[in-house]
Design a protein around this ligand. Sequence first.
Ligand SMILES: O=P(O)(O)OC[C@H]1O[C@H](OP(=O)(O)OP(=O)(O)O)[C@H](O)[C@@H]1O
Ligand SMILES: Nc1ncnc2[nH]cnc12
Length: 182
Amino acid sequence: MNSEYAKKIDNLKSKLKSYPDFPKEGILFWDIFSALSDGYTCKLLQSLLVETIRCKYPDVEAVVGLEARGFLFSFSVAAELGIACLPIRKKGKLPGEVLSHKYDLEYGSDVLEIQKDSVRPGLKCLIIDDLIATGGSIGAAAQLLYSCGAHVLGSLVIIELNSLNGRENIPDVPVHSLITYD
Ligand SMILES: O=P(O)(O)OC[C@H]1O[C@H](OP(=O)(O)OP(=O)(O)O)[C@H](O)[C@@H]1O
Ligand SMILES: Nc1ncnc2[nH]cnc12
């Protein structure tokens, strides 16, 4: 990636805000919505995500967004790249036959689901989300995709929280992040 890309990353970083003790005491919460409150940064972020996918995952056939914040980015990049946009949602939100996977995250545990027939075997998928903390959500999403026979190319997030060892916890799923915090 070139120096123009690095400048865009610095610009994006300057727009991100964090909130101590949310949603629980001891958690420093990184709020992706703070970067979306001006149109310039929305365009900047969109172009960074699309450029990163074209460079790192050129063969991708479907982006898989994780509810809820991942959805902000999965549709917009899929529309620009002209590829499929598939949802993985929290328990009880998807109609039809679903597969479920329980997982832990930084401030609790949850269940993610995928529609059984949403993925054809071998489909080259990229998981997209706003942030990786423990890696629980991306790990659960990858398990669901494997169960459907998908080929998981990796994952793309805007923010990576290094101290929570997310990428080490999901060694089978390559993680690409735009910004990391220690
Ligand atoms: O790496 P992990 O430890 O799994 O944490 C990261 C996940 O946590 C947040 O989602 P959350 O489940 O809070 O849902 P939301 O997007 O609906 O707010 C975030 O958007 C990621 O999906
Ligand atoms: N620290 C954090 N900030 C924002 N979203 C998160 N999801 C899990 N941990 C988080």
